[in-house]
Design a protein around this ligand. Structure first.
Ligand code: GLU
Length: 460
């Protein structure tokens, strides 16, 4: 059997990290098993769906490298198909028209609540042998309800939650078509999962209540349901369910803030799945290790500090030549065009950065003016050191512009003025890089343009 998984987001808000984790696992499972990953956009909620939200889904998945093999399929473009399957359901006697009005439904619900019963449709219009149905009201278009099996249980072995059994008597007859004939959500999902030959449904556990209903519809259509894995919720840092309503950021914002796709994949992977104690791993390792047996059962909590740490680890480990284009993109946003020095600049500074934005902040000092802070200037660039700075400038103007040449000029200056290394290095760093905290001075200066260094030293 070839594994076929899908990600089926509703484009009703900007997709956040909690949502995209529901894409990561089915993608990884398909990739790990040589299967097929399908993208399906569940856009039937016309009022709340938007193209902008679809764009963020597609852009976010592309950024994270969660490539799909089939789709995107849009449910709104499959309406004819749903209606055709609905006709099969009608022909097979699996549905019946229900004429109960909204007001009657409300009254029923109130009665049930007053009796402390669970609100549910009471089967008034469900045909049974020997049962007399109420007279059909005039001018009312009915909804179509699914004849849920009566008695027995619906059970499935959830890959995350274990065996789940629901008594059919707890499920009322679901509306599967509205009065205007449009199919409803659960029905469309089943038709899609059948047509797309999905073998494993890996999705958020907010859908657990839909699953027994969906399984019954599968069976009514003569199909066996797929394997289900319901992922626990992702909580935000406050311990609430992550949602855009309480400040969750769209996935693409993490790209803009300088996170690396592989670091995000690593972090998200661990948010609900584990491989022993491994915290930092590559995409290839993740795909080698991923299976549905190590999905966590409890809710995972997002932790931005941990995400930054994971990103820093990936940044450090990343090849300079691969890192440079990502930093160049961030520089471009500041109106800076980088040059061939950038990979080496990345190599020199990546250890002290946790995002490509931070790295671009350092790189900017090589391509644009720097403005040392008044405090650092006052502390390090004192009148006492200015003669030594002048000597250094002279020597740097005349030396070979490489590490040994620069290092020689610094050492000669120190010797000539009888001072210690930090007394000279700190003010030079402040003037040339805008801050006293930098990697080794000769390595930094070597990557700077000679004329730029001389000009900045003159600002002393
Ligand atoms: N469209 C649903 C959602 O965004 C997912 C449905 C499913 O995966 O079956 O929550």
């Amino acid at each position: 059997m070839t594994v076929r998984t899908r990600f089926a987001p509703s484009p009703t808000g900007f997709i956040h990290l909690g949502n995209i984790r529901s894409a990561l696992y089915p993608w990884a499972f398909a990739r790990a098993t040589g299967g097929t990953f399908i993208l399906r956009i569940e856009d039937t909620d016309l009022e709340r769906s938007s193209q902008a939200a679809v764009d963020v889904i597609i852009e976010g998945m592309k950024w994270l490298g969660l490539d799909h093999d089939e789709g995107p399929f849009y449910q709104m473009q499959r309406m004819d198909r749903y209606k055709a399957v609905l006709a099969e359901m009608v022909a097979g006697g699996h549905v019946y028209p229900c004429y109960m009005s909204m007001a009657e439904l409300d009254a029923l619900r109130e009665r049930q609540m007053a009796n402390k019963e669970k609100p549910r449709y009471d089967g008034t219009w469900r045909p049974e042998p020997g049962k007399v149905l109420p007279p059909v009201p005039e001018g009312v278009k009915p909804v179509l309800r699914f004849k849920n099996p009566q008695g027995g249980v619906v059970a499935w072995d959830d890959k995350v939650k274990g065996l789940i059994e629901i008594r059919n008597d707890e499920l009322d007859d679901l509306v599967i078509a509205r009065p205007d004939g449009t199919p409803t959500y659960n029905f469309c999902v089943v038709v899609d999962d059948i047509d797309m030959a999905i073998t494993h449904v890996i999705r958020g556990d907010d859908h657990v209540n839909n699953t027994p209903r969906q399984i019954n519809i599968f069976r009514a259509l003569g199909k066996e349901p797929p394997v289900y894995a319901h992922l626990p919720t992702v909580l935000n840092e406050q311990g609430e369910k992550m949602s855009k309503r309480n400040g969750a950021k769209p996935v693409t914002q993490y790209r803009d803030e300088g996170y690396l796709p592989d670091a995000m994949v690593n972090y998200l992977a661990r948010l609900g799945w584990s491989h022993g104690d491994d915290e930092i791993f590559s995409r290839a390792q993740f795909l080698e290790w991923f299976n549905l047996d190590h999905l966590g059962r409890s809710a995972a909590q997002f932790d931005e500090a941990k995400l930054r740490w994971v990103n820093a680890q990936h940044l450090k480990a990343m090849d300079d030549a691969a890192l440079a284009p990502l930093v160049a993109e961030q520089l471009q946003k500041r109106g800076i065009t980088a040059d061939e020095r950038l990979p080496r600049i990345c190599g020199l500074f990546k250890d002290r950065c946790d995002t490509t934005v931070a790295l671009a902040g350092w790189a900017a000092a090589f391509y644009a003016d720097v403005t040392p802070g008044a405090e650092e200037l006052a502390q390090h660039v004192t009148d006492a050191i200015k003669p030594a700075l002048a000597t250094l400038a002279q020597k740097l103007a005349a030396c070979a512009w490489d590490k040994p040449g620069i290092s020689g000029a610094i050492k000669e200056t120190i010797a000539a003025h009888g001072i210690k290394m930090p007394q000279l290095a700190m003010p030079v760093r402040v003037l040339v890089m805008g801050t006293a905290q930098t990697p080794s001075l000769d390595a930094v200066l070597e990557l700077q343009n000679q004329q730029t260094v001389l000009a900045r030293l003159q600002n002393a």
